[in-house]
Design a protein around this ligand. Structure first.
Ligand code: NAP
Length: 311
């Protein structure tokens, strides 16, 4: 790839996030050129289209890079096929339906000398890097995460989120965990969880988590998909040097109640800029720590059966 020659990229899974974010960010990026789509039912006007990964890989060896925007349950087979065909791969979050499959993909990418980028879009929210920098020399006492949204508003008609492997409320909740694992100077581990499963679904609609870490730090997370009215994507961090508040999913930040202005939201532009850097450097970025917390919640969590969810 040279400065004047963008890298050809394909998007697999032309759904909500591909249309809302990936396609516009690729269109803006000087590093990439959308050369193909792989999707069973959807396509993008003017872009070469394939219904399966296999037909795409066979027909377009010139497209060196693939962004996977399909649900987590079907991502592994596509990612493996793309890597085995010598393509670099970008994974939407969560990077897999299990932790082990992501390790397998990372190993394959290393073996083949390819770039694998497991993205966490919330880490590119404008206040996350400043929050990490501010917290770096603080002693953290307590973290409170409130992540409550209306599933009917954000996931209309998406059956896969309710099917095993779709992770339910952890689909948004893992965004909070991706911020937590990014900004905390020391790791924390899960110590308890309660998961509420609608009696007619495979995945939870709500989760309450607690974590512990070095120096007696206590973290709580309250995730709920039944929030109508105002939506909450808030993280409050109490430290020996003041209280940090991240709002709107990492878009806003305040310290001791005083807002610190941030630049505009451009999470996916940041993702594609980072992907271009990784490709240029010939390296991968695969951090499974948010996914491990979710897996631990399913391991340690107490299961509570709640009212059926009818969309
Ligand atoms: P979506 O609207 O359901 O789109 C996913 C697309 O994947 C579908 O349109 C479908 O296109 C394709 N697909 C292939 N196999 C599928 C299967 N077995 N079941 C369902 N779809 C299948 O989902 P999305 O909201 O874009 O989310 C995709 C990924 O991006 C998820 O991991 C999600 O966590 C992540 N994400 C979503 C958002 C958001 O705001 N929605 C934000 C950030 C990240 P075809 O039918 O044409 O094959």
């Amino acid at each position: 790839m040279t400065a004047t020659e963008p890298m050809k990229i394909a998007i697999a899974g032309v759904g909500k996030i591909a249309r809302d974010q990936h396609i516009p960010s690729i269109a803006k990026s000087p590093a990439f050129d959308l050369a193909a789509t792989v999707s069973r039912h959807a396509s993008v006007e003017g872009v070469d289209h394939f219904e399966t990964m296999e037909t795409f890989l066979a027909a377009r060896p010139d497209v060196s890079t693939v962004a996977l925007c399909v649900p987590p349950q079907v991502r592994f087979e596509m990612a493996r096929a793309a890597l085995e065909a010598g393509r670099h791969v970008l994974l939407e979050k969560p990077p897999g339906a299990t932790v082990a499959e992501v390790h397998t993909l990372a190993g394959l990418a290393t073996e083949r000398g390819l770039t694998l980028f497991a993205t966490w879009h919330s880490r590119f929210a404008p206040a996350v890097a400043p929050a990490k920098a501010w917290l770096a020399d603080k002693n953290i006492r307590r973290v409170e995460i409130i992540w409550k949204e209306d599933v009917r508003r954000w996931h209309p008609g998406q059956e896969w989120i309710w099917q095993a492997g779709g992770v339910g409320i952890f689909d948004p909740g893992i965004n909070a965990l991706s911020i937590l694992t990014e900004i905390m100077p020391q790791p924390v581990h899960l110590t308890g969880a309660e998961l509420e499963f609608p009696q007619n679904r495979d995945t939870p609609i709500a989760a309450r988590l607690s974590f512990a870490g070095a120096g007696g730090v206590a973290v709580t997370a309250d995730f709920d998909w039944r929030q109508t009215g105002p939506q909450s994507w808030d993280i409050t961090v109490e430290t020996d040097g003041g209280t940090l508040y991240l709002g709107a999913g990492g878009a806003t930040m305040a310290i001791d109640g005083k807002e610190i202005r941030q630049g505009p939201e451009a999470e996916y532009d940041g993702i594609y800029a980072r992907f271009a850097e990784l490709l240029r450097a010939g390296s991968s970025e695969v951090d499974v720590s948010p996914l491990i917390h979710v897996a631990d919640a399913f391991m340690l969590g107490k299961r509570i059966v709640t009212d059926p969810f009818i969309e």
